[in-house]
Design a protein around this ligand. Sequence first.
Ligand SMILES: Nc1ncnc2c1ncn2[C@@H]1O[C@H](COP(=O)(O)OP(=O)(O)O)[C@@H](O)[C@H]1O
Ligand SMILES: [Mg+2]
Length: 325
Amino acid sequence: MFLKDLASFPWTEKYRPKYLADISGQEHVVSKLKKYVEKKSLPNLLFAGPPGVGKTCCAVALANELFGEYYNQNFLELNASDERGIGVVRGAIKDFARTIPHNTSFKIIFLDEADSLTSEAQQALRRTMEKYTGTVRFILNANYSSKLISPIQSRCSLYKFRPLKKEDIVQRLKYIVSKEDVSISEDAITSINDISEGDARTAINILQSAASTSTNITVEDVYLVSNVAKPQEIVGLIESCLNKDFLKSRELLYKLLFDHGLSGEDVIIQIYKRIVSFPEEKLSLTKKIKIIDKIAEFNYRLVEGANDRLQLEALIANIMLINEK
Ligand SMILES: Nc1ncnc2c1ncn2[C@@H]1O[C@H](COP(=O)(O)OP(=O)(O)O)[C@@H](O)[C@H]1O
Ligand SMILES: [Mg+2]
């Protein structure tokens, strides 16, 4: 499996959309970006939103459509967290900004993870943005736009990216499957979508891992390669807690931790998600709230480095106690 993984280029890159028309979802963003291409003019942009939803894809496709064969000379992609802070602004950005655009009136600097810049670096970036307004456009990428200083925010048009919809993820996965030598069941596609929570990068990575273990991908394959338990397994664990069956609950928990090799944090987050959506006739809202409060406490302990097995057993015990009252 490992050799095959190393040999195959990541599908996330292989199937990175080259044109705006190939981008799934994010219609509100894509339609505006197309207008910039038509007019051949661009303000500074700020792309905000969760990972894996097409922020980098949009920047790359936009530059590709604007610059065509002059893409390499006019587009610079940088990651602010690579060199942490001021170095990247003083070095690479200034060097690139200084040179004249090729066969176009402006160049684009795409700065990924701009929200990880220190405020000192952001001030330097702001000055660079001002100095080169004539010839350089910035596209800043951030998970949280609020982490950017306001003079930068006010110099950019803000575009908010959203998690992708089920139909968009499904369509993208089916497209990739049609190009590769694999087949996949409808259920398996649905489970990849459930696990990915609107993140296409995660979805495509799961698909590729599953394809490296099987050419006919089933739900089982999907759960085998992702660090997520099947929803029924988590629901089963919660139900046996609610039925006060401590030994069975413990057995189910061990299965998740030791057979599936999930981390304590993986398990606790999934318990949380299932508790939230648990039917109210089986678990009252008051009890739910108390359990969520406990989950948060135990999650904190795990993050601080406490023992996975012990903490999860204690959480199970707590769910039982809360249900008893
Ligand atoms: N909207 C989308 N349409 C098509 N593919 C996408 C989309 N969003 C993400 N992807 C896929 O996921 C990968 C990561 O997307 P990317 O744009 O880098 O995410 P981010 O929002 O974190 O910048 C891409 O290489 C592409 O294969
Ligand atoms: Mg990105």
